[in-house]
Design a protein around this ligand. Structure first.
Ligand code: GDP
Length: 442
């Protein structure tokens, strides 16, 4: 007999309303006991009741009670929900009342979701999507997480799994019934299908890798010579004093980071030490880190207060492709400035704020350009991409196997990688069903 678990599902107290969820075989009993009912209320229909302690009968709160019979619930079990007042004492009173019920205990972290997974209500990709959804801070993160939580990953991996199983079934048929001369077209079709899968996976791996910019943020490095105004710009962009600004060249020796929400995208701005030759050892280390940050960043803001600096191509200044670099002319408020900077250079003043809007818009567009293409990908976690890569290697091997039996083993490996991603491995069961349809050799 499984325990019945309960927990506060809503945010921390104090709050207007608290939602307490109960899941397990004793959920029905919890409804009747706390709501003081002799029979269960209508399923999925809220009733307003005094909520009482089951033993003493004392009224603890007044609130809504929901009876949600399994298996069509989040956990797949019987579920009860109590919506009471969100004060610390009100919540504790209800939680204590529940723990006094036979077979009921506080849930551990993630236990509701674990049960949902165990009962087949969610696969691992949906669990990951749900975790991301709860952690989502920006619009792009929310959209990505919701796609996964809603089962887009599950469906895609299932689709791939079904196709692999079909390929395997043909290969096994070739092994089991060699005398039945499988039509040549069948094996040809298999090869075409394997190549198709390889193409789809390669694309998903590539686009899925881009989506890490949505989950973890787009990394933008601010680079330029000492004193061009990197720290000042970072502060301006972040709207707060996050980096140290000073007149003495080379004060930003380490990398300062600021996270911001830019048009729904999470952006991590990194201020780096000035790029110049230096004898100071600590500063030298800072410059090394600056270059490393610029190399590993998704985008680079190259700053200079001298428009002549933009006459050389940006990849000469920073070791990056032209499209990854945004050129920014700083201190645009200074009268000494003459602008012959082209329109690919954005003049800004951290002092007056001029041009900051243009820069933010350019940055936002750059983020959208590189992230929006990942919208269809489901391999959004490194875990998925690693497994898909291993599955792809197995398919490559299968293509070069001289014997159907060996190729079949490789397909099985690819299938078990799919199973690793979704947490579901039931290849044999699916094969049984498929063979049932086949009737080869009978
Ligand atoms: P960093 O070494 O590149 O990080 O440069 P800082 O941000 O520390 O700035 C160096 C100096 O330039 C400081 O004295 C700033 O006040 C000044 N500065 C930065 N931005 C501007 C600006 O937009 N206009 C003017 N007039 N001065 C600026």
């Amino acid at each position: 007999m499984t325990d019945t678990i309960f927990a506060l599902g809503s945010g921390p107290a104090p709050a207007g309303v608290a939602v307490i969820r109960v899941s397990g075989p004793a959920a029905a009993q919890a409804v009747c006991a706390l709501a003081g009912l002799s029979a269960l209320p209508e399923a999925r229909r809220a009733v307003f009741r005094p909520l009482r302690h089951p033993a003493s009968g004392e009224v603890l709160d007044h609130g809504l009670v929901l009876w949600l019979p399994g298996p069509g619930t989040f956990t797949g079990e019987d579920v009860a929900e109590f919506q009471g007042h969100g004060g610390v004492a009100s919540i504790n009173a209800l939680l204590n009342a529940l723990s006094d019920l036979e077979g009921c205990r506080q849930a551990e972290a993630g236990e509701f979701t674990r049960r949902a997974f165990a009962n087949g209500r969610m696969d691992l990709t949906e669990v990951e999507g749900l975790a991301d959804l709860i952690a989502a801070e920006t619009e792009a993160q929310r959209r990505l997480a919701l796609r996964l939580a809603a089962g887009e990953g599950r469906d895609r991996y299932q689709y791939w799994t079904d196709r692999l199983v079909r390929v395997l079934a043909y290969l096994e048929a070739a092994v089991d019934f060699p005398e039945d001369d499988l039509p040549e077209s069948m094996l040809e079709r298999n090869e075409i299908e394997i190549r198709a899968l390889l193409g789809e996976w390669a694309q998903d791996i590539e686009l899925g890798a881009l989506s890490s910019g949505i989950r973890d943020g787009v990394r933008v490095a601010i680079v330029g010579a000492p004193n061009v105004g990197k720290s000042s710009l970072l502060n301006r962009l972040a709207g707060r004093e996050a980096a140290i600004v000073s007149d003495i060249a080379g004060t930003t020796r380490d990398v300062v980071e600021v996270r911001m929400d830019l048009g729904g995208y999470l952006v991590t701005l990194a201020d780096t030490a000035g790029l110049r030759d230096t004898r100071d050892q600590i500063e030298e280390e800072g410059v090394r880190r600056a270059l490393r940050t610029a190399e590993s960043a998704d985008l680079v803001l190259f700053l200079s207060d001298d428009s002549a600096d933009f006459d050389t191509p940006s990849h000469d200044r920073v070791q990056r492709a032209e499209g990854d670099v945004i050129s920014v002319l700083t201190k645009a408020d200074q009268s000494s400035h003459d602008y012959h900077a082209g329109n690919t250079v954005i003049p800004v003043s951290s002092k007056t704020g001029a041009g900051i809007g243009d820069l933010l818009r350019t940055l936002e567009t750059a983020c959208r350009d590189r992230l929006a293409v990942s919208a269809g990908a489901v391999a959004v976690r490194a875990r998925h991409r690693d497994a898909l890569s291993r599955a792809a290697e197995a398919l490559e091997r299968a293509l070069s196997q001289p014997e159907a039996a060996l190729a079949g083993e490789d397909i099985r490996l690819a299938l078990s990688e799919m199973g690793r991603i979704t947490g579901r491995v039931d290849v044999e069961a699916v094969l049984d069903v498929l063979f049932g349809e086949f009737c080869i050799g009978k």
